[in-house]
Design a protein. Structure first.
Length: 462
């Protein structure tokens, strides 16, 4: 849709105001700085902001928020740019690029880290690892800590450490009126509660303090099974997940082998005693004997190296679509769906992964954080990836069909960080009984709806 003359004048006025008070290399409307600012993990995103402001400090963020408000421009916040739906970019508006704010400061005595709003999991884990500590992160190292945490944050340490959101202790937030708010267990407790799973809908998190954990090494790796053994292996994984301790979190999935044929991936992460993890008869190594694997690579490694080592699997710029459903367990119906859709991946880059939620993450009461689904479950990620030369229509169709097939076995709602705007049947139920409290907090800190990072319904579901 063509922009109005008034919009063009607003953009020009906002650009002039920003250039007056900030260095030229921070304010981008074209050129390489702009290109870098709008390049996301999902190359299919077409949103294009009018202005990108590279923020190096909280003051820059305050200026950006106030400028967008003054000139009536849509506003968005870019962390590491991994949201597949492209909500990091304000189409025709002002995008605050937080990547320069990627510093991490570790307090090894308190076992905490202060993390900049633009830091990645790799940034955090590298700093924590210098002290023999780790943080609850996702599976991939290039993902932003703030975005992951605000939406929940499933990861390989969920059983032992909980979600990333469960480890959020404090935050500095720039709210919609340009105020700087500090929230922790004593100050603005409602806001901290909302940030633990309510998404980036309440302001710009310029820094956060997170809890760290003493895990010198993990035992992890991958086991690949031929697809004709998928049902047998998934049934045995179900038994292993039911019996697993907090120290063992098991991710499974359907991916493509180098020849393009589907294989079943079993990806365990053991965060307990290394000797137990490496014991041939222990709970980790047993996962390499659930069938006849075509590959079994399991061993001890640092958690930081493990997470960083997976980045090459998901490079920036490819075209991506994602659907998500959360199911109680690998019961027969779920296995049927995984077997059916994992057996016909639309491209060799596509896949289905199931992230185990249990242990420490499942022992938190639903009302204690904004993240509401605290029953043991598997968060299913249906991820379609295709090269830019293709339209991706068949990939979208496959992802939609797989999501619909799982719907009957799934809890209402889904994982907010992976829900795009098309998930109209799930969005009203994402926050469950926590929605009214979230809506009250939203009305208090952002009554005009300036921020919309992840789905937050404006009305309760019928």
């Amino acid at each position: 849709m063509p922009r109005s003359h008034d919009h063009a004048r607003s953009v020009a006025d906002a650009h002039r105001a920003l250039r007056t008070s900030r260095r030229a290399e921070q304010v981008h409307v074209s050129g390489q700085g702009y290109v870098d600012g709008v390049a996301l993990w999902n190359g299919a995103v077409k949103h294009r902001p009018a202005i990108v402001l590279a923020c190096t400090s909280t003051d820059d963020v305050v200026l950006g928020v106030r400028t967008a408000r003054e000139f009536g421009l849509p506003l968005s916040v870019r962390g590491r740019g991994h949201d597949y739906a492209g909500r990091a970019l304000a189409d025709g508006g002002l995008t605050l690029d937080l990547r320069p704010m990627h510093g991490v400061r570790v307090d090894p005595t308190a076992r905490t880290a202060e993390v900049g709003g633009g830091a990645s999991a790799n940034d955090l884990l590298a700093a924590a690892g210098e002290h023999g500590l780790v943080a609850a992160t996702g599976t991939i190292g290039t993902v932003g800590v703030a975005g992951l945490t605000l939406g929940g944050g499933y990861g390989p340490l969920a059983g032992r450490a909980g979600l990333a959101a469960d480890n959020l202790l404090a935050a500095e937030v720039v709210t919609a009126d340009g105020s700087v708010v500090h929230t922790d267990s004593r100050r603005d407790q409602d806001l901290l509660w909302a940030l633990r799973g309510g998404g980036g809908n309440f302001g710009v998190v310029t820094s956060m303090t997170v809890r760290l954990h003493a895990v010198p090494a993990v035992v992890t790796g991958m086991v690949l099974y031929p697809w004709n053994q998928a049902r047998q292996v998934l049934e045995r994984v179900r038994e292993a997940q039911q019996d697993s301790s907090d120290d063992l979190t098991i991710q499974v999935g359907a991916i493509a082998a180098p020849d393009g044929s589907p294989v079943l991936l079993v990806l365990p992460t053991w965060s307990g005693d290394v000797a137990t993890g490496e014991d041939p008869s222990g709970p980790v190594m047993t996962l390499a004997r659930l069938g006849d694997p075509v590959l079994a690579q399991l061993g001890a490694a640092s958690y930081a190296a493990t997470i960083a080592g997976r980045d090459a699997m998901f490079p920036d710029g490819r075209h991506v679509t994602i659907r998500t459903r959360s199911v109680p367990a690998l019961d027969e119906d779920v296995v049927d769906v995984i077997e059916r859709f994992g057996g016909r991946l639309p491209t060799p880059m596509s896949g289905i992964t199931l992230h185990q939620f249990h242990g420490a993450a499942a022992r938190i009461a639903p009302a204690d954080t904004a993240f509401v689904l605290r029953r043991p479950h598997l968060m299913t990620e249906i991820i379609g990836i295709w090269p830019s030369v293709d339209t991706g229509e068949h990939v979208h169709g496959w992802a939609d069909e797989a999501s619909v097939a799982l719907a009957g076995q799934a809890f209402p709602g889904g994982y907010a960080n992976l829900l795009g705007p098309e998930a109209t049947d799930q969005i009203p139920h994402v926050h469950g009984d926590n929605l009214p409290r979230l809506q009250r907090i939203k009305a208090a800190v952002d009554p005009e709806g300036v921020f919309s990072a992840t789905p937050l319904p404006t009305a309760e579901p019928a």
